[in-house]
Design a protein around this ligand. Sequence first.
Ligand code: ALA
Length: 415
Amino acid sequence: MLFEVNKIRQDFPILKTQIYGKNLVYFDNAATTQKPQIVIDSCVNFYQTQNASTHSFHFLSNNLTNQIEEVRLKVKNFVNAKEVREIIFCKGATEGLNLLANGLENQLQKNDEVLITQMEHHANIIPWQILAKKTGAKLKYIKLKPTGELDLLDFEKKLNSRTKILAITHISNVLGLINPLKQIIKKARQNGTLVVVDGTQAAAHLKIDVQNLDVDFYVFSGHKMYAPTGIGVIFGKAKLLENLEIYQTGGEMVDEVDFETATFVDIPNRFEAGTQNFEAIIGFGKSIDYLQDLRQKFNQQIESYEQELLEYATNQMQKIPNLKIYGQNSNSNLSTKIPIISFLIQGIDSLDLAILLDLEGIALRSGSHCAQILLKEFTILPTCRISLTFYNTKEEIDRFIYILTQSISKLQKFS
Ligand code: ALA
């Protein structure tokens, strides 16, 4: 079957929206993706016909419990986990990473080391900073090369017998560069280091296979892969999850409660205290169905199309004077990058630029992208970032380039 972007766009009603009377050009997919009708319908349908809470043993409740477990199975297959109980639902990647940093406290002693990279976003930095402070462990950062790629020599230099945890992003949310995870995890494993991967930017673009990666923990958010907000996943190897310290306590995760003590149920529910975000979990299941269906129908075409968009936008942007793109591979090969392009125009404030683009209906992100360490490494100035996905088009890129060029001229007149 041939991939036709205009047909796919029909699935996303918001893409027909006008902003200030202009057609929306949504280039902020790394922040959150838009939702297909099938996901929107499932949220509405949930409240119209299915709303209940799990584990109450009436019809609606039983039905919901079954559906939640069906989604858990879908997620297990989506990431190719070995067992369903290795899938924990959480609010999103941020909560997932906080849960892991909290739960791994028992793995650290004074002077142990936690290794992260300079390209992490804040959710994969601050939980480890706090953990290091609590335990007396040291937090170390793997450096980046001037291209933005991870410096693998620095990684090898910093990996040592005290390195107990490596927490690393699969893909940088600012640079779009895909880290060579398999190679990195292999080295960490030989060193006896636990590996936590933040897959936030990867789940919508790459096929995730946690067994093939041999990763210990893998975390991602639903809303960046066409699902509703408020739902995310922690994959963890069963043995490791069983030894993780509990994070939140309350209903649904307890077994027996006494006046002084309590015992807890097994994984995964042990890490799912309180009432879950049911409609989001069900919507998440639909987004997985949607993505799997696309991947099945169009096979490699989706990846190739996203790559085509990346190359097309990069080539056009490189023609604009004084425009610098952050995150280019050393061999200029874009195949290890997803369609995220962060850029700066010399002498132009990124926020001013983003405002002018917004007035023309072009939605992109400007600022530090929740990754201040990365920005400090390359530039102290906030950048603009476009992040594309399979429903974006070359025509949208043309319009973006046209408005960008016009906006630059306008701003240059004022500077
Ligand atoms: N949500 C953040 C982003 O936009 C991290 O990349």
